[in-house]
Design a protein around this ligand. Structure first.
Ligand code: FES
Ligand code: FES
Length: 158
C-alpha cells in the first residue's frame, strides 16, 4: 500500500492504495466516482478517459503511483453544473445513445478543444477515432464538437 496524494477535480485528495492499482479503480472503487467508465481495460476504447495535468489519459492503464502530485479531472469535475461548452453542445445535439462511452468521448473532446480551439473535421477525426462508440454516434460527436467551438468562442451565437 502507498499513500497517494493528488488533486481531484480541484480539491486535494489522498488515497491509500496499491501503487499499481489502475487509476480507474481508484476513481470508481476507492472513491466511488462512477462517471468514468470501464470498457476494455486495455487502453483501446477510451471509455475511461480523464484529464491528467490537462492531457486526456486512459485511466484503466495508468497506475495510481503515476498520479502522485498530479491534477486529475474526471467527468464529474469538468464543470460544476454541466456548463462546459462540450457538455452544452452534447445536450443540444442530443449525442448520447446508450451513453456508456460518452463520458470518455466528452473528456476526449474537451481535451482536444483545450489544445485546438477550432479543429477541422480531420483534426477531430484524428483524435476521436481512438474513442469507440458501439452505438455509432460518431457523426453527432463531430457536429457537437463544432458546436462546442461556437459556444466556446461566442457564447453559442451562430
Ligand atoms: S477502459 Fe480504458 S481504454 Fe477502454
Ligand atoms: S452511446 Fe452507446 S456506446 Fe457510445
Amino acid at each position: 500500500m502507498a499513500n497517494i496524494k493528488f488533486t481531484l477535480n480541484g480539491k486535494p485528495q489522498s488515497v491509500d492504495v496499491s501503487p499499481e492499482m489502475p487509476l480507474l479503480w481508484v476513481l470508481r472503487d476507492t472513491l466511488g466516482m462512477t462517471g468514468t467508465k470501464f470498457g476494455c481495460g486495455m487502453a483501446i476504447c477510451g471509455a475511461c478517459t480523464v484529464h491528467v495535468n490537462g492531457t486526456a489519459m486512459r485511466s484503466c492503464s495508468m497506475q495510481a503511483a503515476a498520479i502522485e502530485g498530479k491534477n486529475v479531472v474526471t467527468i464529474e469535475g469538468l464543470s460544476a453544473d454541466g456548463s462546459h461548452p462540450v457538455q452544452q453542445a452534447w445536450v443540444e445535439k442530443d449525442v448520447p445513445q446508450c451513453g456508456y462511452c460518452q463520458s470518455g468521448q466528452i473528456m476526449g473532446a474537451a481535451a482536444l478543444l483545450a489544445k485546438n480551439s477550432k479543429p477541422s473535421d480531420a483534426d477531430i477525426d484524428e483524435v476521436m477515432k481512438f474513442y469507440i462508440c458501439r452505438c455509432g454516434t460518431y457523426q453527432d460527436i463531430r457536429a457537437a464538437i463544432h458546436r462546442a467551438v461556437e459556444i466556446q468562442t461566442n457564447g453559442g451565437a451562430r
